[in-house]
Design a protein around this ligand. Structure first.
Ligand code: ZN
Length: 335
């Protein structure tokens, strides 16, 4: 009987995952088997009140989620994913352009104190990669790279199921891998970064002058004239509809993304590269030409086994991954 009770208690232990975004804070609970308990929920990110208001919103969101669980969930630890740059060792936000007032705020320890739980702090792209690993696409090989093709190109590298941070906490910034020497200037100060060729924002931005220069009227030029801007979705739709300029621009993006993927394979030889973010809404129109381009650009002296696939969890990956990383933190603690 005692054993049964003990088993029941372990079943209901959960770790809390919090994913801090510029618009919403998301919350998720994972049990010790890595299964989501209840749903992923969210509250609006407070835009005023600084770190203390943020921590209160997080505590309220966690409280509601725990209360909504039909079974009694006993929280063991909390994981927090936040946009960088972060000081992971100190548990502080270095800068957060979308949420001013959080610079140098000790977010990890403030959340730990407020919830009375041990807390883990991680970059949101790394948390999302771990989320897909633990509760999304999974990864039999344990070596996985995720690229999030959104406004920028976020990335996370998992080796043996653990996030790689590098010696100075700046490892795994694959969006700033140079894919075109002396190429397009990047906000990071380099030129030719992958982010300037394969993010939704950059392909839309760099498409505009090309469309304006084109002599023939195309689907894209009509959209530019009507809306004053071109979006990455316009590009995909026009490309699928057979617009030659849109196809050229899309193929160009695919080429640079393939170069990035081949470089990732050469360095890490991961079992899979997982693609997430807004551009993956293109689905097979992204995946199929990308696989072909990777095969065309990849070496011939050996087979490249790395699989390329689309993420499953969407914007829930960060909260699920943060909870998973909290479990990993507990497992690493001496018993
Ligand atoms: Zn860059």
């Amino acid at each position: 009987m005692e054993l049964e009770l003990e088993g029941l208690r372990v079943m209901n232990d959960v770790c809390i995952g919090i994913d801090l975004g510029g618009t919403f804070i998301k919350f998720g609970l994972l049990d010790s088997a890595g299964s989501l308990v209840g749903a992923v929920t969210s509250v609006p990110t407070p835009t005023a009140g600084g770190g203390d208001a943020l921590v209160e919103s997080m505590a309220a969101g966690v409280g509601e989620l725990l209360a909504s669980c039909a079974e009694t969930a006993t929280p063991r630890a909390v994981g927090i994913g936040a946009p960088g740059p972060l000081d992971l060792a100190a548990g502080e936000v270095v800068a957060m352009p979308n949420l001013p007032g959080l610079e140098k705020y000790p977010l990890r320890d403030a959340v730990a104190r407020r919830l009375g739980l041990p807390a883990m702090f991680e970059n949101d792209a790394n948390a999302a990669a771990y989320g897909e690993y633990v509760g999304g696409v999974g990864c039999a090989g344990k070596d996985m790279v995720m690229l999030t093709l959104g406004t920028g190109v976020g990335s996370g590298i998992l080796h043996e199921g653990r996030v790689i941070h590098g010696s100075y906490g700046l490892g795994g910034e694959l969006g700033h891998m140079i894919v075109e020497p002396h190429g397009r200037p990047c906000g990071c100060g380099q030129r030719g970064c992958l982010e300037q060729y394969a993010s939704a924002a950059s392909i839309a931005r760099f498409a505009t002058p090309r469309v304006e220069q084109a002599s023939a009227t195309t689907t894209l030029s009509a959209l530019l004239a009507a809306n004053g801007a071109i979006t990455s979705r316009d590009m995909v739709e026009a490309s699928l509809a057979g617009d030659p300029l849109a196809q050229e621009l899309w193929d160009e993006m695919i080429f640079y993304l393939a170069i990035g993927c081949v470089n990732i394979c050469r360095i890490f030889d991961p079992s899979q590269i997982v693609l997430a973010g807004g551009l993956t809404k293109a689905g097979e129109a992204l995946l199929n030409p990308l696989k072909k381009a990777i095969a065309a650009e990849s070496w011939t002296m050996s087979e490249t086994h790395t699989d390329v696939l689309l993420a499953k969890l969407g914007s829930d990956a960060g909260a699920i991954g943060a909870a998973g990383l909290a479990w990993q933190m507990l497992e690493n603690q001496p018993h």
